[in-house]
Design a protein around this ligand. Structure first.
Ligand SMILES: [Zn+2]
Length: 51
């Protein structure tokens, strides 16, 4: 039996940097810089739902 406790998980956060925001994920993915936090969150949701 495998003893891997870490399931593939995508926990996304948005980081603001100056007037830009970009999404980041616990898997190591990071989205492009967006001028709107809403778009960064959309990037995050699309990434998480895409698997
Ligand atoms: Zn991810």
């Amino acid at each position: 039996m495998s003893h891997q406790a870490s399931a593939p998980e995508h926990r996304t956060t948005t980081t603001e940097r100056g007037s830009f925001a970009h999404a980041r994920c616990t898997c190591g993915w990071s989205g492009p810089a967006r001028r709107s936090r809403d778009k960064a969150r959309t990037d995050a949701q699309e990434h998480a739902s895409a698997g």
